[in-house]
Design a protein around this ligand. Structure first.
Ligand code: AMP
Ligand code: ZN
Length: 472
């Protein structure tokens, strides 16, 4: 597989460190509110990468953190007058629910920053011992200039960075807040403020800096070197640049081999973000559309392209997805009545032709996870089954066509199992049959029908006016 590596700015063949195994770390959300569809983009995209690698037979260790200590969480906790932990626990639960509804698999490990503090303290100690960090009045800073490769991911030149902030630097000096050795240094540990969560450390009570979390949690749950590190493109600088500096300075080995960054979800040409206020939460969207439509919409574009969000575009994704699901449903119906006979020569050819679409799909996914072209291959497959498989086709061929659509959709995390609701008339017929069974003292059948209806969420109630029913 070829992956576009932000580190080299080229598409490279993906070669894992250990054959057959892949360690992926994806920076997860800060849990202070419901997630919006922009936040869902990296979740869906990298979950799809994981599913594809699983389908290719890799053993995937997928780690994605929850940032559960942060200024925004503390701010909300103060506003609501509750402990910070209550806010983070509440939103971890809500994010997990959204992920499930988007069919995003649970990570192998979902570490929480607050549960990894001792390891963070250990890494800071190592960095201080090696001269890469220093403490001033309870704050520990990373000595950015001590890491010679700083800027290698974002392609920023350290002197230009410094020059770009000359005015800010001056202002800090004037106000006396300039306790860092160098303006470029960033925080590894910050001292406790009144009312904030804190942990004891050799530098006094305090809490870790955001960048440090990911360096420590990826090391603990994957190792010093990770195969793929991923997140949204806004994380390239400073977050990922700082993660590299911390990890490589502490561990003396390359931190991540491949860096993947998704483009932004936009609204009217502007990025969707909480601070701009132009966002829709997954919860809001879920009231309008099945969330599988959102998953399909996100995957209909290449992950590195910006993607515009609008009702028209989501409606069009919905219609496209329905075309696939309709084909699945038709094939399922055919299957019920299909002949068990063997394939004739013509049908053998049709059967062999199915493989072409899987090859096309794979080719697209192998090319830097091109889900847009992979979806195009599924559409071609649907067209092919629509025109080559019919109610006259033998069971084996129908099964193969259906199986191929299902298999490819499954790799993208698109669910094709269609839950068909029983029609009112079918329910009423079953109720009548149950009444007849009871009259004939065939209680076993009567109970069986009751259970069958219960499994469909139909509740029966025996009243003086007869049997009434409702959907649960
Ligand atoms: P945050 O909670 O802001 O740190 O974001 C969590 C993840 O969502 C990060 O990987 C961000 O890069 C990503 N993200 C945030 N906004 C967007 C957006 N509008 N489009 C795509 N990704 C986004
Ligand atoms: Zn991170």
């Amino acid at each position: 597989m070829k992956i576009y590596n932000t580190l080299t700015r080229t598409k490279q063949d993906f070669v894992p460190i250990k054959e057959g195994k892949v360690g992926i770390y994806v920076c997860g959300p800060t849990v202070y509110d419901y997630i919006h569809i922009g936040n869902a983009r990296p979740m869906i995209v990298f979950d799809t990468l994981r599913r594809y690698l699983l389908y290719k037979g890799y053993d995937v260790n997928y780690v994605s953190n929850f940032t559960d200590v942060d200024d925004k969480i503390i701010k909300r906790a103060l506003e609501e007058g509750v402990p910070s932990k209550e806010i983070s626990e509440r939103f971890i639960k809500e994010v997990k629910k959204d992920m499930k509804d988007l069919n995003v698999m649970e990570a192998t490990t979902h570490p929480k920053a607050t549960e990894e503090i001792p390891d963070m303290i250990d890494m800071i100690k190592v960095l201080i011992d090696k001269g890469h960090a220093y403490e001033v009045n309870g704050t520990v800073y990373f000595r950015t200039r001590s890491f010679k490769d700083y800027g290698k991911l974002s392609k920023k030149n350290i002197d230009e960075l410094e020059a770009g902030h000359r005015d800010e630097k001056h202002a800090l000096k004037v106000s006396g807040e300039d306790e860092k050795e160098d303006f470029l240094d960033f925080v590894l540990w910050k001292p406790k403020k009144e009312g904030e969560p804190s942990w004891p450390s050799p530098w006094g009570d305090g809490r870790p800096g955001w960048h440090l979390e990911c360096s420590v949690m990826s090391k603990k749950y994957i190792g010093d070197i990770i195969d793929i590190h991923a997140g949204g493109e806004d994380l390239i600088f400073p977050h990922h640049e700082n993660e590299i500096a911390q990890s490589e300075a502490a561990n003396d080995v390359e931190f991540a081999r491949y860096w993947m960054h998704n483009g932004f979800l936009r609204i009217d040409g502007e990025k969707m973000s909480k601070s701009l206020g132009n966002f829709f939460t997954i919860r809001e969207i879920g009231e309008k559309y099945p969330l599988q439509v959102i998953r399909f919409f996100i995957l209909s574009a290449h992950y590195r392209s910006p993607l515009n969000f609008s009702d028209t575009l989501v409606e069009s994704a919905k219609a496209s997805l329905e075309r696939i699901l309709t084909a699945v449903s038709k094939l399922e119906d055919m299957l019920a009545d299909a002949d068990d006979r063997s394939l004739n020569a013509e049908e053998e050819k049709i059967s062999a032709g199915l493989k072409d679409f899987e090859n096309k799909f794979d080719e697209a996914m192998e090319d830097d996870l091109n889900t847009a072209d992979a979806i195009a291959a599924i559409f071609e497959l649907v067209k092919y089954t629509n025109s080559n498989i019919s109610s006259e086709s033998p069971k084996k061929l129908v099964e193969e066509g259906l199986g191929m659509i299902r298999k490819l959709c499954d790799i993208l995390g698109i669910i094709t199992e269609i839950k068909k609701e029983k029609l009112d008339s079918e329910i009423e017929a079953l109720i009548e049959e149950r009444q007849a069974a009871r009259k004939a003292k065939n209680f076993a059948r009567a109970d069986e029908i009751r259970d069958l209806l219960a499994a469909e969420g139909i509740i029966l109630e025996d009243t003086r006016e007869g049997v009434k029913w409702k959907r649960a």
